[in-house]
Design a protein around this ligand. Structure first.
Ligand SMILES: [Zn+2]
Length: 146
């Protein structure tokens, strides 16, 4: 099912785990808002494919992947996506400078490139919070950049 020109519900709900990962109608509606409010306009500006490595996660999938439980990961609400391209740093800066978002996270990697980019989007009340995640002694640590 197409959510927009370049994004399908299938790629936003894909998981390599053998656990159920089916969004409810309201979670599907949030995924559609994420795609049409942010991912598709971003894809249009980027001009090249953007790989969604993780979008919606059921609570079972989120738990298995070590996602945050308190507060509940925005992936579980259908508000977040993890993105990978051939230049994650460039994508990160493009989102930061040109788009409305709730949280933008430089995920792991180093000072030059994150391993992936996490972004979340809400129709109302976007915080425009920019963070960096580093793994310290096996634990995720988030630092606010702006
Ligand atoms: Zn994420």
């Amino acid at each position: 099912m197409n959510l927009s020109k370049n994004f399908t519900l299938e790629e936003l709900t894909r998981t390599n785990l053998t656990l159920p990962n089916i969004p409810s109608e309201s979670e599907k509606a949030k995924l559609a808002e994420l795609v049409n409010g942010l991912l598709q306009p971003l894809r249009d500006k980027w001009g090249k494919p953007i790989n969604v490595t993780s979008g919606f996660r059921s609570s079972a999938v989120n738990k298995e992947q070590g996602g945050s439980i308190k507060p509940l990961s925005q992936h579980c609400k259908g508000e977040a996506a993890d993105l990978e391209t051939d230049d994650n740093a460039h994508l990160f800066h493009l989102i930061c400078e040109h788009f409305d978002f709730d949280q933008l996270i430089w995920e792991s990697g180093n000072d030059l490139q994150p391993d992936w980019v996490h972004v979340s989007y809400k129709t109302k009340g976007n915080r425009k919070q920019v963070l960096r995640m580093t793994v310290v002694k096996g634990k995720k640590r988030y630092t606010v950049i702006s």
